[in-house]
Design a protein around this ligand. Sequence first.
Ligand code: SAH
Length: 215
Amino acid sequence: MKHTENHEHARKTMVETQVKNRGIHDQNVLDALAKVPRHLFVSEVLQDSAYTDRPLPIDCRQTISQPYIVALMTEALQLSKDDSVLEIGTGSGYQAAVLAEICKTVYTIEKYPELLDKATSVFRRIGYKNIVTKTDDGTLGWPENGPYDGIIVTAGAPKVPRLLLEQLAEGGRLVIPVGNVTNQKLLSLTLEGEGVKEKRLGDCRFVPLRGEHGW
Ligand code: SAH
């Protein structure tokens, strides 16, 4: 019980100091971050660090993003409750859970079955019923369930995978880090008719996106 209260307190402080104070004002995003128990998505030894201002290691040499980056990317997707979203790189499952609080259905693809098994058991434990998962190469997207109102890539890509843009609905947003292995620009791309509007959200450093249209 004491632990639960500590985590809840740490989560509130995280939202105030790391997210709100840095300019994230979308109430849906703030509410989702205040609700999702981030500590359940990391290993037991890291649970007390779950609400600190940094990324943390998960299995298979991957990482769970810093809370602020999760908030920034989620805000850029501009999702509402009837929307469906595709995530590439389930990892711990934390970002997918944040999305599941905001929109109707989250489709998420992970390369490593071990990571997906863990994430799926956390989704079950918390009670998410609107997250659909598969193990695959996410750079190919998931055309069967598209088009999507938003697509989020949580690993660094060498370039924007064309297939992902093709699976966006008109007006849909693709949020993706693009660059080299150690340094990327976080981009938000909006599909507008025949064209794509690009917005830069800042510099970032994600683990590499592998696969056919990745590294
Ligand atoms: N969104 C995650 C962060 C995961 S880190 C979270 O909230 O915890 C990036 C993840 O992308 C890793 O788990 C990695 O295995 C996965 N990944 C890398 N290339 C991929 C690909 N082509 N398809 C699917 N997942 C991929």
